[in-house]
Design a protein around this ligand. Structure first.
Ligand SMILES: O=C(O)CCC(=O)C(=O)O
Ligand SMILES: [Fe+2]
Length: 333
């Protein structure tokens, strides 16, 4: 029988890193059925080429017509394989998840390096660590994938509005990703707690929280989006001892070192919603396949200050493990 609960050590690691890789939890038949349906869709419905630009993930310009497929059981059943572990960590049921997002990362072409990265507003080739430009999901990004003057003119929400935080991003690889630099999902280790500290600093300065609030401009000097507090980026880079990298004419900055995940078919990763993440450029010969779910705890309401400012506010099971009140994931009464 599949293992249903995470151990204390795993929960503690999640608290520290902001992510946890689970090995061999997704039956291979499900992984392969999902990849088959993705390929079948590509073979029949083909590609959608509606976004002239891409992010540093290199995976947004050319994508399939997957919106309907993402809502079918061949995709949504993947999440059920990690639901008990996730609910244990949250200490709560989750809201029903309607769809998974299929993310393909195509082998990078030379031209990709010249394409302007939406998040950073600079050429992809200028971005260090194989094009890793971490972001957090859940913020306004209407310019995403459409770097055109009309899209840019679209109005951003008022500071403090339009924050769609959630609880956990679950990524399930649908192809082997055990080598580096083949479009791997890469994460800023411990970034979730730094992001929460960034929100607390905004709160302490009177708010509002998020882009446009204190210390966090929505756009950087190159016109790209700041999708997490810039102080987090600098702090993380300083902790790593990373060299500052100049990115764009006006945009010299420290650049944090990402952790590339090495995952096999059958693995899954739980990523705290606030952990900065992105795929790296795919230098390998094959397409990288990933399925991503964004999951909310049953009682989650987006934009709540207490969740933004306390990274473990929603994670009752994790908090119990930290305080030693569980034995292998089972709470002591
Ligand atoms: O493709 C990936 O690995 C990451 C994609 C991503 O950041 C997202 O879908 O939010
Ligand atoms: Fe993302």
């Amino acid at each position: 029988m599949a293992r249903m609960l995470l151990g204390d050590g795993e929960l503690q690691r999640f608290a520290q890193d902001g992510f946890l890789t689970l090995r061999g939890v997704v039956p291979l038949e499900l992984v392969r059925a999902a990849r088959r349906s993705v390929n079948a869709s590509l073979g029949s419905a083909g590609m959608r080429n509606d976004s002239p630009d891409r992010t540093s993930s290199g995976n947004t310009r050319v994508r399939g017509d997957f919106d309907a497929l993402g809502q079918t059981p061949v995709i949504t059943d993947l999440l059920a394989t990690v639901q008990p572990q996730l609910e244990g960590a949250l200490g709560s049921p989750i809201q029903p998840v309607q769809s998974g997002q299929i993310r393909l990362c195509w082998p990078a072409a030379d031209v990709d390096k010249t394409i302007v990265d939406i998040d950073m507003g600079v050429a992809n080739g200028e971005i260090p660590y194989n094009g890793w430009n971490g972001h957090t999901d859940g913020f306004w990004n209407a310019v995403y994938g459409q770097n055109s003057p009309s899209a840019r003119a679209r109005e951003a929400p008022a500071p403090g509005d339009g924050i769609h935080d959630f609880s956990c991003l679950v990524a399930i690889p649908l192809s082997d990703q055990r080598q580096r630099d083949i479009g791997n999902l890469a994460l800023l280790r411990g970034g979730h707690s730094m992001v929460a500290a960034g929100f607390r600093s905004q709160r302490d300065r009177g708010g509002p929280l998020g882009p446009g609030g204190p210390g966090w401009d929505r756009f950087n000097p190159n016109g790209g989006l700041e999708l997490y507090h810039p102080a987090v980026r600098n702090l993380a880079a300083e902790e790593d001892g990373a060299n500052p990298a100049t990115v764009g004419e006006d945009c010299e900055r420290l650049w944090p070192v990402p952790t590339q995940l090495l995952m096999a078919e059958g693995d899954a990763v739980l990523v705290h919603w606030a952990t900065p993440h992105a795929a790296v450029r795919n230098l390998g010969p094959d397409v990288r396949y990933m399925c991503i779910f964004r999951v909310r705890r049953k009682d989650h309401v987006p934009g709540m200050q207490e969740n933004l400012c306390d990274e473990l506010a929603q994670w009752d099971g994790v908090r119990a493990a930290i305080s030693g009140r569980t034995i292998d994931g089972v709470a002591r009464l």
